[in-house]
Design a protein around this ligand. Structure first.
Ligand SMILES: NC(=O)c1ccc[n+]([C@@H]2O[C@H](COP(=O)([O-])OP(=O)(O)OC[C@H]3O[C@@H](n4cnc5c(N)ncnc54)[C@H](O)[C@@H]3O)[C@@H](O)[C@H]2O)c1
Length: 274
């Protein structure tokens, strides 16, 4: 089992759900290693964490990020990884989205796997968008097993929106493939698919994609979620209470996909407009 001397790593820890997860982990007494491109709110938080919080300002898509991370761990085991860092459709080109959301995630999983504590868990952030995409491209996506092979998806990812959903579907499939390898050391790996969340990223997407407002209205819980509502699930997944959950995706979307799947079954997506 993990003990609280094992480290919890959070990527994307300066904003949104990563920041919320970092706070919950620190409240629970975890030693945390908080990674992000930017430091602002992290530095403030860590002053109150009694030396148990370290900040790693780095780009997860830097090919050397794994080495930097291992140096910061200095031999300690990983009890939890909550991997939130990512780019949404309006933030970057298709190629850059695939690089950060997928190639960097494959490299990160390869880096952490040998250093996971027994009972530890890696939670990789996917998206409910990957559920909307469905399984039609799974065969092609599942062939991508290395960071170098990610470029083979450029032909499928013709715009930033499709690059985003393909990258997040690939994260779900990565988790399915990795469960056995993580299990050999008694560790777990899970993907977590949020619906529409009230974070800087979520707000930016809602401003630029009006269809997201309709999706919120159609959802059984017709609101966006607070980042803490998703972070709480991520922290639960890293706890002993989730000790038999691995190799799967956990959808936390207020019921959005249930409605969309139901509408698709009835061939009635008219409520979603174009
Ligand atoms: N907000 C939503 O509605 C929503 C919905 C579904 C899935 N997600 C996913 O959840 C995760 C967290 O989203 P959020 O809304 O909290 O986002 P956010 O934009 O609020 O925070 C993301 C953080 O990741 C960091 N980051 C981005 N690229 C990085 C890089 N290359 N290296 C290091 N850090 C980097 C950013 O600096 C930022 O602090 C993302 O993977 C996102 O795709 C978000």
């Amino acid at each position: 089992m993990t003990d609280l001397k094992d480290v919890a790593i959070v990527t994307g820890a300066a904003s949104g759900m990563g920041e919320a997860a970092a706070r919950l982990l620190m409240d629970d007494g975890w030693p945390v290693l908080l990674c992000d491109l930017k430091t602002g709110p992290l530095n403030h938080d860590t002053k109150n964490a009694g030396g148990l919080a370290e900040v790693l300002t780095a780009d997860i898509s830097d090919p050397d990020f794994g080495q930097t991370l291992l140096a910061a761990l200095s031999g300690r085991r990983i009890g939890a990884l909550i991997h939130c860092a990512g780019l949404s459709p309006t933030m970057a080109t298709p190629e850059h989205i695939l690089e950060v959301n997928l190639a960097a995630t494959i490299r990160l999983v390869n880096t952490v796997r040998p250093h996971m504590a027994a009972g530890g868990c890696a939670v990789l952030f996917s998206s409910s968008g990957a559920h909307i995409l469905g399984s039609s491209l799974d065969e092609q996506i599942n062939r991508v097993r290395t960071p170098e092979a990610v470029s083979s998806l450029h032909a499928l990812a013709t715009d930033s929106g499709s690059a985003y959903t393909i990258s997040k579907r690939a994260v779900m499939l990565l988790v399915e493939r990795e469960a056995r390898a993580f299990g050999t050391s008694g560790a777990r790996i899970v993907s977590l698919s949020p619906g529409i969340i009230d974070t800087p990223m979520g707000r930016k997407e809602m401003e630029q994609q009006p269809i997201m407002h309709k999706m919120v209205e159609m959802t059984p819980l017709p609101r966006t979620a607070r980042p803490e509502e998703i972070a709480a699930v991520a922290v639960f997944l890293c706890s002993p209470a989730a000790s038999f959950i691995t190799g799967t995706d956990i959808l936390v979307d207020g019921g959005k996909i249930a409605v969309l799947v139901g509408a698709a079954r009835q061939d009635d997506l008219s409520g979603l407009g174009e």
